[in-house]
Design a protein around this ligand. Structure first.
Ligand code: FES
Ligand SMILES: [Fe+2]
Length: 377
């Protein structure tokens, strides 16, 4: 096993040609000291979000939960600034086609699904899951096909491949570890760029300041927060919290939290805790200022909770409360970023995982052949 280290942030920063930052401070003398030691910034995430690099599209993206897509329903989604719609074909398999009718650009999701074909609500043209138009009522059938994306279903999620490269044959697994039962699957549309949401989710140090009305109520502020990780990894654990966390490219965060009962932290490491909560966050880049968030929560205790009526609403309410505590801050960051502020102006030691995500994302955006921290699939 690789040695766990906690100074790699500094090494990473050196590796990218930057000097090491001192801990942040509030006095003007110390601030200029920090500035003096930072002649160049290692990370610059400022200004309006740039158009997405085509390479970021060459991944499988889990885009919806299977249970939300019935035989006769449609799910409209935006992904990389394009409108798509999911529906099930006659064989029950999901498909993803452009959400724009070939005839006169009507949104298809306002229509219906008939025998595995999506029917446009305007003049009734019908398309299969691979985009072929099979019905044009009241006129001669033309040979028309709209765009479709590779679309698969695995482990309770529907995945699409938005890129131009051929899709990889296998999908990654996002299942919780064995012994966990899924209790909630929640989808939210958020008015922030997905990278900013990932930055937020990969940061735990903000919890005792931001989440004072929800899960971090009553937490003391530790004298030191660290994220311990293998030297080359995108996963590790938080000290002093019993929380394991991983960034899974291109846009997923998995975390396991040791608890005694929901909302209560206990012990020093997840292994010392007898009960755990597992979370999956998928941050889909809908557009440059919108994210589709898929959240899945699992527990390795109290399976009976799953059968309590309306429990799902409670989980959703709690998830929204937590997210709202973050959102007002991240929306503010986004506004400042668009106006030129660098949201990664001065990373410190506990920002390690977020910094690594940004190094990975920068490499994608620059078209680097070898992506940092990437595990072979
Ligand atoms: S716009 Fe869709 S059938 Fe006319
Ligand atoms: Fe948060």
């Amino acid at each position: 096993m690789e040695e766990l280290v906690n100074d790699k942030l500094l090494e990473d920063r050196n590796a990218t040609g930057s000097d090491v930052a001192s801990p942040s401070s509030s006095t003007s003398t110390e601030s200029s000291e920090v500035k003096r030691k930072l002649p160049r910034k290692s990370l610059d995430v400022s200004g309006p979000v740039k158009p997405y690099h085509p390479r970021l599209k060459n991944f499988w993206y889990p885009i919806a939960f299977s249970t939300d897509l019935k035989d006769d329903t449609m799910i409209p989604i935006d992904c990389f600034e394009e409108p798509w719609v999911l529906f099930r074909g006659k064989d029950g398999n999901p498909g993803c086609v452009q959400n724009t009718c070939a005839h006169r650009a009507c949104p298809l999701h306002l229509g219906s699904v008939n025998e595995g074909r999506i029917q446009c609500p305007y003049h009734g043209w019908e398309y299969t899951t691979d985009g072929k138009c099979e019905k044009m009522p009241s006129t001669r059938l033309l040979n028309v096909k709209i765009r479709s994306l590779p679309c698969l279903e695995q482990e309770g999620m529907i995945w699409i491949w938005p890129g131009d490269d051929p899709p990889t044959p296998t999908l990654p697994s996002l299942q919780p570890p064995s012994g966990f039962v899924i209790h909630a699957e929640i989808v939210m549309e958020l008015p922030i760029e997905h990278g900013l949401l990932l930055d937020n989710l990969l940061d735990l140090a903000h919890a005792p300041f931001t989440h004072t009305s929800t899960f971090a109520k009553g937490w003391t502020v530790p004298s030191l927060v660290k994220f311990l990780t293998p030297a080359s990894g995108l996963q590790g654990y938080w000290d002093p919290y019993p929380i394991d966390m991983e960034f899974r490219p291109p846009c997923m965060v998995l975390s396991t939290i040791g608890i005694s009962k929901p909302g209560k932290l206990e012990g020093q490491s997840t292994k010392e805790c007898t009960t755990h909560l597992h979370q999956l966050h998928v941050c889909i880049p809908s557009s440059r200022n919108k994210t589709r968030l898929l959240y899945r929560m699992s527990l390795d205790f109290a399976p009976v909770l799953k059968h309590i009526p309306f429990m799902h609403y409670l989980w959703r309410h709690f998830a929204e409360q937590v997210l709202n505590e973050d959102l007002r801050l991240v929306i503010g960051q986004q506004e400042r970023m668009i106006n030129g502020a660098n949201v990664w102006n001065l990373p410190v030691a506990y920002d390690k995982l977020g910094v690594r995500y940004r190094l990975w994302r920068n490499a994608v955006d620059q078209g680097d052949k070898q992506l940092p921290f990437s595990k072979p699939m």
